[in-house]
Design a protein around this ligand. Structure first.
Ligand SMILES: [Zn+2]
Length: 325
C-alpha cells in the first residue's frame, strides 16, 4: 500500500493531493480525509486490479474477484472515526437480543470446537466470551477500544488484551480462535488470518463471520426495487455497496467485501483447511423485523443446502490448522 495522501486542492472534477497526484473528485472521500490507495489484492496479493464502481471507490482483483475499497481512509482516520462514533452504547441497549446471538454462535461452534482454550479477536464488551466460558478451559480476548475493555472487565470479570492482535505478545498458543465481524474492518485481512494461523496449536480451529454484501438476496431485491423506480431503494451503487463516509452517517466502515469464495481462498492461502461454510445468524432484531430475519435465515439455510450458494446477509466459516503444517 502507498503512504497516506492528504487531499489538498479541488479543481473542477479533480482533486490533487500534496504530492501532486490528481484523482477524479468522485473518488475522493467525504470531507478532507487522509486516504491511501490499495496496491495489491488483500486476499491473493495480485497487483492486477480494476475499478468496478468508480462513484463508490470500489475495486476488484482481476485474479480472485475480491472486492475492496480504494482509495480508503488511513488507519489513523479509522481510529479517529471509531473513537468518535463508538457503538458500544447500542450493544448495551440491545443486551438480551445480543445475548441470544452469542449463545447461538457458541452452539454453532460446539460440534467442531477443540478442547482447551479460546481467543476471541475484537471481543468488544465481552458478551461472547461470557457465554463461551463454560465450554473452554480458559477464554481470552483482544480489543482496541479501552472503553469496551473496561465494560468487559466490570461486567463480566474478563481479562482482555488491549491492542491489535499483530501487536500483542502471547505466552501461550490457542486451541480455538474466533474472529466475528472483524475481518471486513481491518486494513490487512491476510495479515490477521496469518497471525491466527501462527497463534493456533496444530489441529486448532478458527471461526470467522463476515457480512455477505455481494451475494445477499435482500440487497439484490432492494437494488431491483430501486431499478423499478421505487424511490426508497433508488441508489447509485453498482454493487449495492455505498461509498465510505466518516461523517457519522455510517455506523460501521467495511474495507473488504467478501464472498464465500474469497474468504475460503484467504484461509487456504494461510494454510487452513475449511471444514464448514455456512450462514452466520448475525441478526439481533426483535419484534416484526426479528421474525423477518429469522425467516430469511431459514430460507437461506435451505438454499445453501440445496444449491451450495449462500444468499443470506452473513457468512460463517470454520477452518482447521492441519496437524502436519
Ligand atoms: Zn485477489
Amino acid at each position: 500500500m502507498s503512504g497516506p495522501s492528504v487531499w489538498a486542492l479541488v479543481t473542477g472534477t479533480s482533486a490533487v493531493d500534496l504530492r501532486g497526484v490528481s484523482r477524479p473528485l468522485s473518488l475522493v472521500l467525504e470531507g478532507i480525509v487522509q486516504t491511501e490507495v490499495v496496491q495489491h489484492c488483500l486476499v491473493c496479493g495480485c497487483t492486477e486490479l480494476e475499478v468496478v464502481d468508480k462513484d463508490n471507490a470500489l475495486n476488484s482483483c482481476r485474479s480472485c474477484k475480491f472486492v475492496f475499497d480504494s482509495p480508503r481512509p488511513t488507519v489513523e482516520e479509522l481510529i479517529t472515526f471509531y473513537s468518535k462514533f463508538g457503538q458500544y452504547d447500542d450493544w448495551l441497549e440491545a443486551g438480551e437480543a445480543r445475548d441470544r446471538l452469542w449463545v447461538t454462535r457458541v452452539q454453532k461452534m460446539l460440534p467442531t470446537r477443540r478442547r482447551g482454550n479460546l481467543l476471541d479477536v475484537g471481543t468488544g464488551i465481552g458478551q461472547f466470551l461470557h457465554h463461551a466460558k463454560p465450554y473452554f478451559d480458559d477464554v481470552y480476548g483482544t480489543e482496541v477500544s479501552s472503553s469496551a475493555i473496561e465494560i468487559a472487565r466490570s461486567r463480566y470479570g474478563l481479562d482482555v488484551f488491549e491492542g491489535k492482535l499483530e501487536d500483542l505478545q502471547f505466552k501461550q498458543k490457542f486451541d480455538n480462535i474466533t474472529v466475528f465481524h472483524v475481518l471486513e474492518h481491518v486494513p490487512d485481512p491476510r495479515q490477521l488470518v496469518d497471525h491466527c494461523f501462527e497463534l493456533l496449536n496444530p489441529a486448532g480451529m478458527l471461526y470467522i463471520a463476515v457480512p455477505n454484501e455481494l451475494r445477499s438476496a435482500l440487497r439484490a431485491t432492494k437494488d431491483r426495487l430501486g431499478r423499478l423506480g421505487i424511490p426508497r431503494y433508488r441508489s447509485t451503487q453498482r454493487l449495492g455497496i455505498p461509498r465510505i463516509r466518516l461523517d457519522g452517517s455510517m455506523g460501521e466502515i467495511h474495507l473488504s467485501h467478501f464472498r464465500e469464495e474469497s474468504l475460503q481462498l484467504l484461509l487456504q492461502r494461510a494454510g487452513f483447511v475449511v471444514v464448514e461454510a455456512g450462514l452466520d445468524p448475525y441478526s439481533v432484531a426483535t419484534g416484526h423485523r426479528g421474525l423477518i430475519d429469522k425467516s430469511l435465515l431459514r430460507v437461506g439455510n435451505v438454499v445453501k443446502r440445496v444449491t451450495g450458494v449462500n444468499i443470506y446477509d452473513a457468512i460463517w466459516m470454520a477452518a482447521v490448522k492441519p496437524v502436519t503444517s
